[in-house]
Design a protein around this ligand. Structure first.
Ligand code: PMP
Length: 299
C-alpha cells in the first residue's frame, strides 16, 4: 500500500537538507535502515538557533557536539570549520535568517549487531526549519509543568551531558507530561534531586536568589542555561547552583525553563500548585528581556 504521512506532519517538500556533504531536497534526504543511529539511537546531535542570520554560540554548540561524540567514541567525519560552513550553507539554501537548526551525526550504516566497529563512516545531516516549541501566549502567561515519575538517566549509565540520539528517557517523561495535559515535566535524578525537564533546563528564584541544579545532578549543560547564568551574574543577582528537591519547587517565588528552542519561558504552576502568585515573576521577566537583547545583539 502506498502509505502517505498525514500532511500536517509531512516535511515541507521545498526544504533543503544537508546530507553527507550535499544539499538535497527533503524528498531525497534519506538515511539507510541499517544506520545505527536509527537501529540503536547510536549518534549525537545539536539543536541550534539562528538569529538575524547568525547562529547563536555556534562554537559552543560544536564543542558540545565534539564532546558528546568523544564520549561515545564516535569520530566526527567533519572538522569544526566544515560543520560551520555546512550549517550556514544549509540556512542559506533555505533562505532562513531566523530559525532552528538540527545537526545530527549518526554512527553510520553497519551490520545488525551492536558493535560500532562494524559500521561504515558516520552520517551527518543538517535540517533547518522554523519551529515554535511552545504556544506564544505561554511566554506571557507562564506554563504549567508536572513532576514526573520517570527518573533521569543515571550519569554512569547514559550521561545526560551526552546529547545522544537516544532520547527515550526524555520521551517517556514527555508522554507523562502530555498525558497530564502539560508541555513539560521535571525529571528527578536517581537521588531524588531535580535534574532538568525533558528538553529544557530549570531555574528557580527564591527570596531574590536564582537557583539551578548543578551539572553533577545529571543534566545537559544547556547553552541557554550558560547564557542565562551570565545574564544573572551581569545583573549581580545572588546565584547558586545547588541540589534542589520537590519542596524547593513548591516554595519557589518564580520558576523558568531555558533551552535553545524554548529560549526562556516562565513556569507558573507545578503539579497543580501555583508558583509564587501564579504569574511570571519580575526576575523571570527581566531575564527574558535580557536574553532577547543578548540574542539580538549577536553575542
Ligand atoms: N536539557 C535537555 C534534555 C535538552 O534536550 C536540552 C536541549 N533542548 C536542554 C536541556 C537545553 O539545552 P540548550 O540550552 O543547549 O538547548
Amino acid at each position: 500500500m502506498d502509505f502517505k504521512p498525514p500532511q500536517k506532519y509531512a516535511p515541507n517538500p521545498d526544504l533543503k537538507i544537508f546530507v553527507n556533504g550535499r544539499i538535497v531536497p527533503a524528498a531525497e534526504a534519506m538515511v539507510s535502515v541499517f544506520d545505527h543511529g536509527l537501529l540503536y539511537g547510536d549518534g549525537v546531535f545539536e539543536g541550534l538557533r539562528s538569529y538575524s542570520g547568525r547562529v547563536f554560540r555556534l562554537d559552543r554548540h560544536l564543542q558540545r557536539l565534539e564532546e558528546s561524540a568523544r564520549a561515545i567514541r564516535l569520530e566526527l567525519p567533519m572538522t569544526r570549520q566544515e560543520l560551520v560552513t555546512a550549517t550556514y550553507e544549509t540556512l542559506e539554501a533555505n533562505k532562513i535568517i531566523d530559525g532552528y537548526v538540527r545537526l545530527v551525526v549518526t554512527r553510520g550504516v553497519g551490520t545488525l549487531g551492536l558493535s560500532p566497529r562494524r559500521t561504515e563512516c558516520p552520517s551527518v545531516f543538517i535540517i533547518t526549519s522554523q519551529i515554535e516549541l511552545y504556544p506564544r501566549e505561554l511566554y506571557e502567561q507562564g506554563m504549567a509543568i508536572i513532576s514526573c515519575s520517570v527518573v533521569r538517566n543515571h550519569p554512569n549509565a547514559i550521561a545526560p551531558r551526552i546529547k545522544s540520539l537516544n532520547y527515550l528517557n526524555n520521551i517517556l517523561a514527555k508522554i507523562e507530561a502530555l498525558d497530564a495535559g502539560v508541555h513539560e515535566a521535571v525529571m528527578y535524578n536517581h537521588l531524588g534531586y531535580v535534574a532538568e525537564c525533558t528538553g529544557d533546563n530549570i531555574f528557580l528564584v527564591r527570596e531574590g536568589t536564582v537557583l539551578t541544579s548543578p551539572v553533577a545532578a545529571g543534566i545537559l549543560e544547556g547553552i541557554t542555561r550558560d547564557a542565562v547564568i551570565e545574564l544573572v551574574q551581569r545583573r549581580k543577582l545572588p546565584f547558586r547552583e545547588t541540589d534542589l528537591n520537590r519542596h524547593d519547587l513548591y516554595v519557589a517565588n518564580e520558576c523558568f525553563l531555558t533551552g535553545t528552542a524554548a529560549e526562556v519561558i516562565p513556569v507558573t504552576q507545578i503539579d497543580g500548585r501555583p508558583i509564587g502568585n501564579g504569574q511570571p515573576g519580575p526576575i523571570t521577566r527581566q531575564l527574558i528581556a535580557d536574553f532577547k537583547a543578548l540574542v539580538n545583539g549577536g553575542e
